[in-house]
Design a protein around this ligand. Structure first.
Ligand code: SF4
Length: 235
C-alpha cells in the first residue's frame, strides 16, 4: 500500500490516543490542499509492516485513524488494516472527502467504522470551484449513508478559506448537513496547491468564531472550531 507517514496523536480522535496512518494518493485537487507532498509520495509498505506499527503502539493507543490523501483509493488495504484493528479491540476512524459512497457502503456493511470525519468542502452545488471536480452529489450520498448507521459517529468538516468561502456558504452547508459534529477549520496559507492562496490571509479566529456562533442554531449537533491559536473549541 502507499503510505506516506504515521504519527501518534491525542487530537485526531477526540478523547482517544491514536496511531494515525497517512495514505498517499488523492483524485481531487483542492485549491487549498497542503498535502501535495503526501499525495505524490511513493513510499510503499506491506500490511505486515503496518501491523507491526500497530502492535508496537497498541499498549498506549485506543484507536487507529486512517487519513490521507484519500484512503478510500486503497480500499482493500484499508479493509485489511481496519479488520486487524477491530480484531485487537481498538477503535477505527476514517478521514475522507466522501468521493466514493460505494466504498463507504462496503465499509459499513463490514461494520468497520466507529468514527468518520467527512469533509464537506463547499455547498454541494459549488464543489467544482474548490476541489476541481463536481462531486457534491457523491459527498451528499456518503453523508446520508453514514447518518443511516447509528453505530458510526460522524463529524463533518469545512476548511474556511477567505476568497473561496463566505459566511453564506457555511450557512448553506450547515442547512444541508446532517451529522453529530460540524467543525470549521482554519485555512493555512503555507504549501498550498493553488499558489495564489499563499497571499490570502489566514482567517482571524474571532471572525471564525462569529461564523460558528451564527450557524450553531441551524445545526442539530455539536459545533466546533479548530484554529492554530486556540486549538479545538466547542461553540
Ligand atoms: S485537501 Fe483535497 S486534494 Fe488535498 S488530500 Fe484532501 S481531498 Fe485530496
Amino acid at each position: 500500500m502507499y503510505l506516506g507517514g504515521t504519527l501518534i496523536s491525542s487530537v485526531e480522535f477526540h478523547g482517544n490516543m491514536s496511531l494515525v496512518l497517512f495514505m498517499s494518493r488523492c483524485p481531487l485537487a483542492c485549491r487549498y490542499c497542503h498535502n501535495v507532498e503526501l499525495i505524490e509520495d511513493n513510499t510503499e509498505k506491506s500490511f505486515d509492516e503496518v501491523k507491526s506499527e500497530i502492535d508496537n503502539a497498541c499498549d498506549f493507543i485506543d484507536a487507529v485513524v486512517v487519513s490521507g490523501g484519500e484512503p478510500l483509493m486503497q480500499l482493500d488495504a484499508l479493509i485489511e488494516i481496519f479488520e486487524y484493528v477491530k480484531s485487537i479491540n481498538l477503535k477505527t476512524k476514517l478521514d475522507t472527502s466522501g468521493i466514493y459512497p460505494d466504498k463507504i457502503e462496503k465499509l459499513l456493511e463490514l461494520e468497520l467504522l466507529d468514527f468518520v470525519s467527512l469533509d464537506v468542502k463547499a455547498p454541494f452545488d459549488k464543489y467544482g470551484h474548490i476541489t476541481g471536480a463536481n462531486i457534491g452529489p457523491q459527498v451528499k450520498k456518503s453523508m446520508q449513508l453514514l447518518n443511516n448507521d447509528s453505530n458510526v459517529n460522524l463529524e463533518l468538516r469545512t476548511t474556511y478559506v477567505p476568497t473561496l468561502h463566505t459566511k453564506e456558504d457555511i450557512y448553506n452547508i450547515v442547512n444541508n448537513a446532517e451529522g453529530d459534529i460540524y467543525t470549521i477549520q482554519q485555512f493555512r496559507n503555507k504549501n498550498v496547491l493553488d499558489l495564489k492562496l499563499e497571499k490570502v490571509e489566514v482567517p482571524n479566529p474571532l471572525e471564525l468564531r462569529e461564523i460558528a456562533e451564527f450557524i450553531k442554531p441551524y445545526f442539530n449537533g455539536v459545533v466546533k472550531l479548530k484554529t492554530a491559536e486556540f486549538g479545538e473549541e466547542i461553540i
